[in-house]
Design a protein around this ligand. Structure first.
Ligand SMILES: [Fe+2]
Length: 328
């Protein structure tokens, strides 16, 4: 059953409204704007019908507050007079669904409420479906990466750390939060091409021969092939292809340099190397973050984008890198 919040300072109007929505709804009646705001802070509601002209707290203030605390709830304004200015304020500030002028036609108001709630149910269903779909594809990305990583020596926590270092570096480089989060998720796919690398090479305890290195160096472009041509994986393809390029053009597979290497790939390269240095591997003890940063700084402009190295250092100083490392 849907919950309606009815707000009016006139007890007669409030009683009439409550009566007309007695059946089929749970109603909350607030005497005036202040009580309306109190109710909004305490009870989840599906729809609000609110009078505009009330002493102290007006209808547009109540509905603007509703937009902040319960943005999902439908907002309907009752106006007793043609106050164009306050209506405009309300439409702009409180994003109201509809305004109804007093005196209203009860059947019409009832229909408005029914339609609005139908739309609300549809929207909520759609939101749930989208959330499920988002979780499913994110899980699929992680599963795929773990499968690829399982072939290699590294652990799942390496992937999660790289994901978060990437996201933090992207934000530091001026990328908007949503894109940075996507970049982080896609960074987990950077070595997906290793699925096509023979285990005998991936897990070889000794040094690789020149021929084996050639095969190892195919993993960036194998990754691009594995990721196909779905636009959703565009960033992942950039990262896979570019995460072994060097800033000075001495990397592989294409020998790209500077800004010709996509930003996402430059970020993941730095995140990946930083994590490799600061974690324990079968052949080495973990380096401290300070010594890893000193090493990275000495390769700024050679392997890494120098501007990015500066940002990495800032993320160390403000504690972000330590916080991420302690999470996984
Ligand atoms: Fe790689």
């Amino acid at each position: 059953m849907h919950t309606l919040l009815l707000v009016d300072d006139d007890p007669d109007v409030l009683a009439t409204l409550t009566r007309s929505f007695r059946k089929g709804y749970k109603t909350l009646s607030a005497n005036g704007g202040e009580e309306g705001i109190e109710f909004l802070n305490e009870h989840p509601v599906d729809l609000i019908i609110c009078d505009q002209r009330m002493p102290n707290v007006s209808g547009d203030q109540v509905l603007s507050h509703a937009l902040q605390v319960q943005p999902d709830a439908i907002r309907i304004l009752l106006t007793g007079y043609a106050d164009v200015e306050s209506l405009l304020t309300c439409v702009n500030d409180a994003h109201i669904y509809k305004y109804v002028t007093k005196p209203w036609d009860p059947a019409e108001l009832n229909l408005t409420v029914v339609r609005a709630l139908e739309a609300l149910v549809l929207k909520r269903n759609l939101d749930t479906a989208r959330e499920q779909l988002e979780t499913a594809y994110k899980d699929a990305v992680v599963m795929l990466c773990l499968a690829a990583e399982g072939k290699d020596q590294d652990t799942a926590s390496h992937l999660y750390r790289v994901q978060h270092y990437t996201e933090a570096l992207a934000v530091a480089m001026g990328v908007d939060k949503e894109t940075a989060a996507h970049m982080g998720l896609m960074s987990m796919l950077h070595d997906i091409g290793k699925l096509a690398t023979p285990d005998a090479i991936l897990k070889k305890p000794d040094k690789l021969t020149a021929e084996e290195w050639e095969i190892m160096r195919e993993h960036p472009l194998n990754g691009v092939r594995i990721l196909g041509n779905n636009p959703f994986y565009e960033t992942a393809r950039e990262i896979s292809a570019g995460h072994h390029e060097n800033y000075d053009g001495t990397g592989y597979p294409h020998g790209l340099s500077g800004n010709h290497i996509p930003l996402s790939a430059r970020i993941v390269k730095l995140a990946d190397v930083f994590d490799a240095l600061t974690t324990k591997r079968p052949y080495k003890e973990p380096w401290t973050m300070e010594s890893a940063l000193t090493h990275i700084e000495s390769h700024a402009g050679i392997m890494f984008d120098p501007a990015m190295v500066v940002e990495l250092k800032k993320l160390f100083i403000d504690g972000t890198l330590t916080r991420i490392k302690s999470m996984f």
